[in-house]
Design a protein around this ligand. Structure first.
Ligand code: M6R
Length: 678
């Protein structure tokens, strides 16, 4: 899970008895640093228990009977990366309750204040710590200690605002785990030797009849029933879910893995079930039970157990130095996977199964509203002109955060398209829910199968690029680009007048994988080019029309990987300001591959050269190079696909500059792969 956060990591293991300490190892930096720490064998004391810190290694050969442990990689939101702020977080120096958390608790300050008034001592800067303490508070507030673990956690969750995926453990409930989510992804891997009896798990709705204590305003925080007892029935042993019984109806040996991404568990099992928002999973005595925080939501009463289709090799680096490099090199194949079974090159048609039933509604739509963040936003910008041309429906492209900030008007006859590699980007998900509430048709263009966006939209397209691990998005961009082009072509399939254009685009798509391969053979040349940029502080990338998206995407790659200022500039805007920056020293890349806007781009290039600018110019194969400028020659395709090819030298360039500047390419500072918080 390191790609999700890598500023610190921690692991917590149950000892075998109350006298055995709960063993924590926490370390700042990447998982390799934590691994070294574990190898040394001296645990990290729980905050507040430093006086009892062990000074010699524990017996690392000892085998515990304990069956639960948990680990976390952190991307700091509250408090700097340091051991104290690293997960798992504990409720107290004796580690009565332990928790790992993805997401943000927005009301943590209020909760902290209330708990502090009751004598609880906070030792970290995180929002998560208050959740661990709240568990302890709820536990201590019931004199007879009869709440079971999941009911106790349910009480805690009802107090929380914000987004979360949690795993809880407690010394009071040894060998039990409770996991819960709202807004952040969480799934459970299931490993059994025998076939599961059914491929779903029942949601235990009847359990919601238990009257869980609610917030008591009058009492400040939580009002646990005066006698502290769980209501009658809550301690009854429930039935094992049908899925985990063998044919003879007996429970079978089973292992469960809780994770926020399937990549974390595929080396153990490919059987997973995805938790829905407000699900509470309770794993105890080798059994999994799923409960609901609330019951009035009309969700399905089962959670399907699905079979993952990814292979372990897909999430390994193999022969490559970095995931990003591997993913750049995978593009000839990943773009084929995006088109596989969808584009018919013989009769020039595109069939995206998920959209088929919605085509009439989309065509009648008053507006196509694309919403995304970062690279995914750029793929929407890249596809906008072809949507406008082929569908003749007005198109708006929105950054998800800004779209939400403006409370943008959305109508029932809008078609909203959410593009996201991970399908878990918080802003994009919130924008989707905003549009769902307003009755718009919501479609997802997503890479990760089973992600929140892919599950909550009405329909959509999986881009099938395969797992993308590098923080910098590369193959997802090209696959999103192709998926959107395919969507535009399919939408225009009812137009005779567009038949020629459709055929041209489909012919272009046919050649794209081979052309990408050709560009990849230019790697050495680009690596040399990178040397001329490696010591610079800034790089402008200019172009117009279809290439504006390429400029934005190239500049984003340079920024996030090379820690260097970079801007994608629409050449049509040059005279309105950016031209003032140009002199003989400013590094500039000019994208001048040939399309209908070529003359305009030529004139912009002349303006730059006239100011002593020394741009490096991308041109298409067969074109005459402008005099006295260095060029990068890219294969030619049809105008709306040219950006797919032009972006690849920029991906390679940013990769090589980053390597030459000594940046850890797959883990650029301050960034995480999935931005699951607003
Ligand atoms: O998973 P998403 O596509 O929704 O992510 C959106 C952005 O966070 C992402 O594209 C980001 O800009 C990339 N790291 C850029 O390379």
């Amino acid at each position: 899970m390191e790609y999700r956060g890598y500023d610190s990591a921690g692991i917590g293991i149950d000892g075998d008895s109350p006298s055995d300490p709960y063993i924590l190892f926490k370390e700042v930096g990447k998982v390799s640093a934590l691994r070294k720490h574990v190898d040394i064998g001296i645990p990290t004391p729980a905050p507040g228990n430093e006086a009892n810190a062990l000074t010699s290694p524990i017996d690392m050969k000892k085998v515990f009977v304990s069956q639960t442990s948990m680990a976390h990689t952190r991307w700091a939101t509250h408090g700097v990366p340091c051991t104290l702020n690293c997960h798992p977080h504990v409720s107290d120096p004796m580690t009565e309750f332990t928790v790992v958390h993805n997401g943000i608790i927005t009301n943590f300050k209020e909760l902290k204040l209330v708990l502090q008034k009751r004598g609880y001592v906070f030792r970290t800067d995180t929002d998560t710590e208050c959740v661990a303490m709240l568990c302890k508070y709820v536990y201590e507030s019931q004199p007879n200690k009869r709440l079971n673990f999941q009911t106790l956690i349910k009480t805690v969750l009802k107090e929380l605002e914000g987004s979360f995926a949690f795993v809880f453990k407690s010394v009071h409930f040894p060998d039990e785990i409770v996991a819960a989510r709202r807004g952040s992804p969480l799934l459970i891997g299931v490993k059994s030797e025998r076939k599961l009896k059914v491929d779903f798990v029942d949601v235990e709705l009847q359990d919601d009849k238990i009257a869980v204590p609610e917030v008591g305003d009058a009492n400040g925080l939580l009002a646990v029933p005066a006698n502290g007892n769980a209501p009658a029935g809550s301690n009854l042993r429930r039935q094992q879910s049908r899925a985990f019984l063998s044919e003879d109806g007996m429970p079978q040996p089973i292992e469960f893995y809780v994770a926020s991404d399937p990549a974390a568990i595929i080396e153990h099992t490919k059987k997973v079930l995805y938790l829905e928002d407000d699900d509470i999973a309770h794993i105890a005595d080798g059994q999994l039970h799923i409960h609901r925080l609330r019951r009035d939501d009309g969700l399905s009463s089962v959670r399907a157990i699905e079979t993952l289709e990814i292979e372990l090799a897909e999430i390994m680096k193999g022969q490559y130095a970095h995931f990003m490099q591997k993913e750049i090199y995978e593009q000839p194949e990943s773009v084929v996977n995006t088109m596989r079974g969808r584009v018919n090159f013989d009769n020039n048609t595109v069939t995206l199964g998920g959209l088929k039933a919605y085509l009439p509604v989309i065509r009648r739509g008053r507006r196509l509203l694309f919403v995304a963040c970062g690279t995914s936003y750029h793929s929407c910008i890249a596809a906008r002109p072809v949507f406008e041309e082929l569908t003749e429906i007005p198109v708006a492209v929105e950054l998800a955060s800004d779209f939400l900030d403006r409370r943008t008007p959305v109508f029932r006859d809008d078609v909203a398209i959410f593009v996201s590699q991970s399908g878990e980007t918080a802003d994009t998900i919130l924008a989707m829910r905003y549009c769902l509430e307003r009755g718009a048709l919501c479609l997802g263009v997503v890479n990760v199968v089973g992600s929140t966006l892919s599950r909550e939209t009405h329909s959509g397209i999986h881009i099938n690029a395969g797992p993308e691990i590098g923080v910098a998005s590369t193959k997802a961009y090209t696959s999103q680009y192709i998926a959107l082009i395919m969507m535009a072509v399919q939408l225009a399939s009812d137009s005779m007048s567009k038949a020629g254009r459709r055929a041209e685009i489909i012919a272009g798509l046919h050649d794209i994988p081979g052309q990408i391969k050709t560009i990849l053979t230019m790697d050495k040349e680009i690596q040399q080019l990178a040397t001329s940029f490696a010591k610079q502080n800034s790089l402008l990338i200019m172009g117009r029309g279809y290439q504006f998206a390429t400029c934005l995407e190239g500049a984003l790659k340079i920024k996030e990987l090379c820690y260097m200022h970079s801007e994608g500039i629409l050449a049509g805007e040059l005279k309105h300001g950016p031209l003032a920056l140009v002199d003989e020293n400013l590094p500039i890349i000019f994208i001048m591959t040939k399309d209908s806007l070529y003359p305009k781009v030529q004139s912009a290039l002349q303006q730059v050269i006239a100011r002593n600018g020394k741009p490096i110019v991308f041109i298409t194969e067969g074109e005459e190079a402008p005099a006295d400028v260095k060029t990068v020659v890219v294969p030619k395709t049809t105008d709306c696909l040219q950006g797919l090819l032009n972006v690849i030298p920029l991906q390679l360039l940013s990769y090589h500059i980053a390597v030459q500047r000594g940046v850890d390419v797959d883990f650029p500072r301050n960034l995480a792969k999935s931005v699951t918080t607003e």
